[in-house]
Write a protein that binds this ligand. Structure first.
Ligand SMILES: Nc1ncnc2c1ncn2[C@@H]1O[C@H](COP(=O)(O)OP(=O)(O)O)[C@@H](O)[C@H]1O
Ligand SMILES: [Mg+2]
Length: 197
């Protein structure tokens, strides 16, 4: 896998498969600390100790469809290549919290890739009841996207409607471009408060 956004897609798919209805994705680009942090938290069924221990083993999967489970082990590998680490915490019945750390400027750190595509693919492919919150910070700039807030303003139109998905993808792309450029905080679209009607 070339981009971290594809790893993230895989990790979110695990959350969806675990029956999560609230999935939070946090990306922190800490340039000063030379650290890239990716966190994915869900309220799915979680894992017991045994599943948790085995979950980062490339030959372990609880899904009958594939012989090997690669999502977590490949992300673990990607963190190692960039002198980082992967932390997986889970409680049965409560949910799972995954934190991947990378040395930001490490030569073998994969690029982030297209997060707008990853997030909208997840929204399009999940139950409209599932909610995604995506927070992306770069330095002191932050973009926040929340499907809970968007749904309130859709007046009954389904969030996975293809036109809405396209629109949301553009919104995320714009928001991410703004924080990459270091836009002033007020200019950044913030779906949490519905500022950008
Ligand atoms: N967020 C999660 N919630 C509950 N179980 C999980 C989660 N992520 C991973 N798992 C468990 O760990 C196993 C391995 O995951 P993964 O490496 O992505 O492989 P795969 O999804 O192909 O099985 C899954 O089959 C599942 O049992
Ligand atoms: Mg998986």
């Amino acid at each position: 896998m070339e981009d971290l956004s594809l790893h993230i897609l895989d990790i979110i798919e695990n959350s969806v498969a675990a029956g999560a209805t609230n999935i939070e994705i946090v990306i922190e680009e800490d340039i000063v600390g030379n650290l890239l942090l990716i966190k994915i938290n869900d309220d799915g069924r979680g894992m017991d100790k045994e599943t948790l221990t085995k979950s980062i083993d490339p030959f372990y999967t609880t899904k009958g469809t594939r012989r090997v489970g690669l999502g977590l082990s490949m992300l673990a590998q990607a963190t190692k290549e960039a002198a980082g680490s992967l932390d997986v915490r889970s409680k049965p019945g409560k949910g799972t919290r995954i934190t991947a750390r990378f040395v930001y400027d490490h030569i073998d750190r994969k690029p982030l890739g297209n997060m707008a595509e990853t997030i909208t693919t997840c929204i399009a492919g999940s139950s409209p009841k599932a909610d995604f919150k995506y927070r992306h910070r770069k330095g002191d700039q932050e973009f926040i996207f929340s499907t809970k807030e968007i749904k309130k303003r859709l007046n009954g139109v389904a969030i996975n409607d293809p036109e809405i998905i396209l629109f949301l993808r553009e919104q995320i792309e714009e928001g991410l471009q703004a924080i990459q450029k270091g836009a002033k905080s007020e200019e950044i679209k913030d779906w949490r408060f519905g500022k950008n009607t």
